[in-house]
Design a protein around this ligand. Structure first.
Ligand code: ARG
Length: 456
């Protein structure tokens, strides 16, 4: 077998070295990008007078043949195909003859691999962003139907104040907008063309790098060849953005799991996204949501593992950098599955407004009672104390505070009057929170307009 680099070797590579060294098992996923990069490079070599137009045409036609074989799954790997760059060049040369051997002039697999991966990460970022946006739209559409559906709101997982289901769900929407921003930033980080850096010192042939960048759809070119071949910041950025998205999905999943438990019964996850138990016939388990929570952990692992890999690397190319692809593919594959699954879950979820309403106990309105006293000019700190005493009285008598009589209330503060009954209304409590971002139906309507804008 012949490696691209075989010239100075007399001994054969050990089988285990091959196993450790080869990346074809995963970087074959970059074949389209690799061929795009090679076609652009062939054109660049014409400009640099390394190839005649006719030679470049032969090479490009050959590369398209190789692409077709890979796409049709008729491409046969040869023993020496250690990575996608080697495999494509080897097959190209079989197809077009020795002119194929001219393609690698002035370039290296180091700048090739970085270029391929940047192209791939750019496309991947766009794909993930589209999936995030689709989930965002599903959430908005669902929330819109429930801007007047009250439920208990929680802090510390304890009853706090009433909110609406629509407002609650949108609380999980805005993190996705930040995720979109992050993937846009990843795209921008990846959008720099490395070709022309060669192994690390720069190409020795007068290839027009700006033209090459344009041809490949990069907005700019790298300014330092050493950094060019070793920069993997965009990889870390992709993994961080993926981790944050996974984390957001995980938190939403966790809460839906809780809300679908028998004790809550606020939501029912559709059969299509649930599984049963092999022993307990009554069970319906939220496995999709649990796997969302679980897989977000491995995406976080992809990030931390990769950061550990690059932490101590000297500048330019080191083979450690080949470890950049698998974590990215893993994060991408998992997110590409988790996002549409969550979209499906939201599209098909059933909610139980009666169960939510049944949990709206009087304590949730304690803040509104304090606000009532504030409107009677009592400083809030004192009002808080007064209502605390009322809550205590309710506990002593073992009744909800809404069942205390006006006389009971007046014994604690003479500011209470007949109209206090209005402070004890969930509808009133919701409507009062009308500042931008609040849970009042009017405010949520405006929020939804902004949410749609954020996705457009
Ligand atoms: N398969 C390698 C990678 O993904 C290509 C670069 C190989 N360069 C080298 N000097 N061995 O990074």
């Amino acid at each position: 077998m012949t490696q691209l680099w075989g010239g100075r070797f007399t001994g054969q590579a050990d089988e285990l070295l091959r196993k450790l060294n080869d990346s074809i098992g995963f970087d074959i996923r970059l074949y389209n990008e690799d061929i795009d990069g090679s076609i652009a490079w062939a054109k660049g070599l014409v400009g640099a007078n390394v190839l005649t137009q006719d030679e470049a045409d032969q090479i490009c036609a050959g590369l398209e043949k190789v692409r077709k074989e890979l796409a049709d799954d008729t491409f046969e790997l040869a023993a020496g195909d250690e990575d996608i760059h080697t495999a494509v060049e080897r097959r190209l040369t079989e197809i077009v003859g020795s002119v194929g051997g001219k393609l690698h002039t002035g370039r290296s697999r180091n700048d090739q691999s970085a270029t391929d991966f940047r192209l791939w990460v750019k496309r991947a970022s766009k794909h993930i962003a589209a999936e995030i946006a689709a989930l965002g739209h599903a959430m908005i559409n669902h929330a819109e139907k429930h801007i007047e559906t009250p439920m208990p709101g929680y802090t510390h997982l304890q009853h706090a104040q009433p909110v609406t289901w629509g407002h609650w769900l949108l609380g999980h929407f805005w993190p996705l907008v930040r995720d979109l921003e992050r993937f846009k930033a990843v795209h921008n980080q990846a959008d720099e063309m490395v070709l022309g850096s060669a192994a690390f010192a720069g190409t020795a042939f007068p290839v027009d790098r700006e033209a090459l960048a344009k041809d490949l759809g990069f907005s700019r070119i790298t300014q330092n060849s050493l950094d060019g071949v070793s920069n993997r910041d965009y990889v870390a950025d992709f993994l961080y953005a993926s981790t944050m998205t996974g984390l957001h999905l995980s938190r939403l999943a966790e809460q839906l799991i809780l809300f679908s438990s028998t004790e809550f019964s606020f939501v029912v996850i559709a059969d299509a996204y649930s599984t049963g138990s092999s022993i307990m016939p009554q069970k319906k388990n939220p496995d999709t949501l649990e796997l969302t929570r679980g897989k977000s952990g491995r995406i976080l692992g992809d990030l931390t593992g990769f950061l550990a890999t690059i932490k101590g690397l000297p500048s330019t190319y080191d083979k450690d950098l080949q470890e950049d692809k698998e974590p990215v593919f893993d994060a991408f594959d998992n997110l590409s599955l988790l996002l549409p699954v969550m979209t499906g879950v939201i599209d098909t979820i059933t909610i139980n407004p009666d169960k939510m309403a049944s949990q709206l106990e009087a304590g949730l309105l304690a803040t509104d009672l304090a606000d009532y006293l504030v409107k009677k000019n009592l400083p809030f700190r004192q009002a808080h104390h007064v209502v605390g005493q009322i809550v205590q009285l309710g506990e002593v008598r073992n009744i909800p505070i809404t069942d205390l009589s006006l006389e009971d209330l007046q014994e604690i503060s003479d500011l209470f009057e007949e109209d206090v009954i209005e402070a004890f209304s969930v509808k009133g409590a919701l409507a009062a929170r009308n500042a931008t971002g609040g849970t009042a139906p009017e405010a949520v309507k405006k929020q939804i307009v902004e949410a749609r804008k954020a996705l457009s």
